[in-house]
Design a protein around this ligand. Structure first.
Ligand code: SF4
Length: 184
């Protein structure tokens, strides 16, 4: 079977705009194929995607492929793929290659995947805020817990980005369960 993506071009590797001065990088690349019609297959294969079919957009946590070795964020729209968060550009380039490999792998086994057209329904900002520490300590890179809750609801931040949330705690688990709900 021909590959889904045969070539890609890295457009930029720079600081994440909403986290200026943190040294956290994101990579933007374009691929030679419009991935819009492929997104339901990604949604069917990758766990806990945030898929918005109305704008042909998907976002998911990426841990490396084929081996798990980190935690990055991937967002795809049309021919554009954004990968974050990196501490240096060499790491970014390596992870970008692995993202392409993952997408080609999903394409190779497409016949075994049930495409999932279920849209992601983001939780409400105030529901998210309920489970945050509300200390406004800024360790997540945002100015307040409310700002962080807003970014979580918009799919631009991850729960793990708040170092004050203790994994396994009741609040952490409840927050996770808010995001696991795919439909209202
Ligand atoms: S790190 Fe957590 S507690 Fe601190 S501002 Fe961000 S969301 Fe709030």
């Amino acid at each position: 079977m021909p590959a889904l993506i045969n070539s890609y071009t890295i457009k930029s590797i720079d600081n994440i705009v909403c986290l200026p001065g943190t040294g956290i990088l994101r990579l933007v690349m374009t691929v030679d194929t419009d991935l819009s019609s492929f997104l339901p297959y990604i949604n069917g294969y990758v766990k806990k995607c945030r898929y918005l079919p109305q704008i042909n957009w998907i976002r998911f946590s990426f841990h490396g492929f084929p081996e798990k070795k980190g935690n990055w964020n991937v967002a795809i729209k049309g021919k554009e793929i954004i990968v974050a968060k990196f501490s240096d550009s060499e790491e970014a380039k390596g992870v970008a290659r692995e993202v392409i490999n993952l997408l080609n792998h999903i394409h190779n086994i497409k016949g075994e995947i049930t495409p999932d057209y279920t849209p992601w329904r983001p939780p409400k900002v105030f529901d998210i805020l309920t489970f945050l520490p509300k200390t406004n300590c800024k360790k997540c890179g945002y100015h307040s817990c409310m700002a962080f809750a807003t970014k979580l609801a918009e799919g631009e931040a991850e729960i793990d980005d708040c170092p004050e949330l203790i994994k396994g705690s009741e609040k952490f688990e409840k927050l996770c369960s808010l995001f696991e709900r795919k439909s209202l």
